[in-house]
Write a protein that binds this ligand. Sequence first.
Ligand SMILES: [Fe+2]
Length: 218
Amino acid sequence: MPSSSPQRRRFLLAAPAAVAGVVALPAQARNACLVTDGDILGPFYRSGAKNMVKLAEAGVEGERLVLTGTVLRPDCKTPVVGATVDFWHCDHKGAYDIKTPDEKIAPENFRFRAMAQTDQNGRFVFDTVIPGRYGIPPGLEGFEAYAGQTRPAHFHLTVTHPIYLPLTSQIYLKGDPFIAKDPWARHSRLVMDVKKGGSGSTGAIDIVLANRPGQRRA
Ligand SMILES: [Fe+2]
């Protein structure tokens, strides 16, 4: 289970200061197990995506990517079986299948939208292309203060399960220089390392769900 190695499951606390060498964190803090942070849903979500692995057929423009996710309990090690993952992103040029948040679109015309249920190992896989960056257009309700800013490449997803707190988040790509300037990505730990391969790239990411308030610890 390469995406669930101890290194991948554990996140660095106070990363900016620690990386800069300003604060020497104790080993216990460096290895803390933290649930995955939420991120904005964004204005381009549509419900009704089909269950499927392949979001982009052969010939679709863009760099191929097979993304493998592992959904884990709050203990950062036990797989969550049967979680529902709803996943969407723009094309390699940064365009969604809808142009405005209020545009109507039938599910049969969806592009780069899919759902999955995690398997016995907590896994889901999507075979797609790497999305492009896009600029936040002017006049987008709720995003007026960010008009003109370029969003780093990202995948959107929600993860739901009968037991744990629902999660809405975004997966960013390690090394994207636009992460540091993005009001949402710069706070995110959900940053995936993409490995180049002969027939396309691969990436793996762990997602740790949180307990609901008052829930017994997983
Ligand atoms: Fe987006």
